[in-house]
Design a protein around this ligand. Structure first.
Ligand SMILES: NC(=O)c1ccc[n+]([C@@H]2O[C@H](COP(=O)([O-])OP(=O)(O)OC[C@H]3O[C@@H](n4cnc5c(N)ncnc54)[C@H](O)[C@@H]3O)[C@@H](O)[C@H]2O)c1
Length: 259
């Protein structure tokens, strides 16, 4: 499949560029910074720029949209980084007839949900930050473009991406690099029309989130954070971090004024 990866120079992007290439996808990268030579080229630019978005989606089959600031910011900055970039790419996709997007959403779209019961994809949006508001809003935009424009999408509510879990919370929320590649590959290959949500975690023994919808789309995670449990040192903040799905975003981040 010919695929545009936005945010391809980032931590998840670099992993996906290697992994998806290895699975036979032909890639084009887009990022604010330069990156490796890819079969469909590498664009340096801002995907908010209409000319950049237009050039980026030309002659691809699908878009994997990772570009965005993964940290908390003001409300306008968050909306620009996550919602407006998504809208810009969706419009460019519409004019080029590209009908599939895989989107890096976040657990923070539902981060203020108390932990305890296994969270399903039917949970209402319950953001814990402006970042979470922007991710929930980007999901709503994808839903609109699926229903009204026929652009199918999968929003991946990613937990904690990294080489290994680094805290007790991450024993529940970890997403391994190999599973990230498996997940995005499955979302790209799925022929399900419409808008879908799945939780982006590995097959963690202590998972808080329902992997069923991801499995139904073909995501078959192979790693388990439990493998690393002996190396994770319990900390004084574990109880607070485990109280809400969003962890430290809820227990440690004060919510500043929106503007
Ligand atoms: N890392 C995680 O655990 C995690 C968890 C949940 C969601 N996510 C989401 O996954 C995506 C990737 O996260 P990451 O950890 O790789 O972040 P990262 O900061 O390492 O990478 C993001 C990349 O996007 C690029 N970028 C940002 N804005 C851009 C724009 N307007 N146009 C073009 N490029 C732009 C940056 O230059 C950077 O290379 C983000 O959307 C993030 O919110 C990540």
């Amino acid at each position: 499949m010919k695929v545009l990866v936005t945010g391809a120079a980032g931590s998840i992007g670099r992993t996906l560029v290697r992994g998806l290439s290895g699975l036979g996808h032909e890639l084009r990268g887009l990022d604010l910074v330069d990156g490796p030579a890819l079969p469909l080229g590498w664009l340096v630019g801002d995907c908010l720029d209409p000319a950049v978005a237009d050039e980026a989606v030309a002659r691809v089959d699908a878009v994997v949209h990772l570009a965005g600031n993964p940290n908390e910011a003001s409300l306008p900055e968050s909306l620009e980084s996550h919602v407006q970039t998504t809208g810009r790419l969706l419009e460019a996709m519409r004019s080029h007839g590209v009908s599939r997007m895989v989107y890096a959403s976040s657990n923070h779209a539902v981060g203020h949900t108390p932990s305890g019961e296994v969270l399903t994809v039917g949970a209402r949006p319950r953001p814990d930050t402006y970042y979470g508001v922007a991710k929930a809003s980007a999901e709503a935009l994808l839903s609109l473009y699926a229903d009204r424009r026929g652009i199918g999408s999968v929003a991946l509510r990613i937990g904690s991406f990294g080489d290994r879990p680094g805290s007790v919370r991450e024993l529940s929320t970890w997403l391994s690099p190999d599973d990230a590649v498996r997940m995005v590959d499955a979302a790209l290959r799925s022929t399900e029309p419409g808008f879908h949500v799945l939780y982006g975690i590995s097959a963690n023994t202590r998972a808080w989130w329902d992997l069923g919808p991801g499995r139904a789309l073909g995501y078959d995670p192979q790693d388990d954070a439990e493998t690393y449990a002996d190396g994770v040192t319990p900390g004084p903040d574990d109880e607070a971090q485990n109280a809400y799905v969003g962890g430290p975003h809820v227990s440690q981040l004060q919510l500043p004024p929106a503007f």
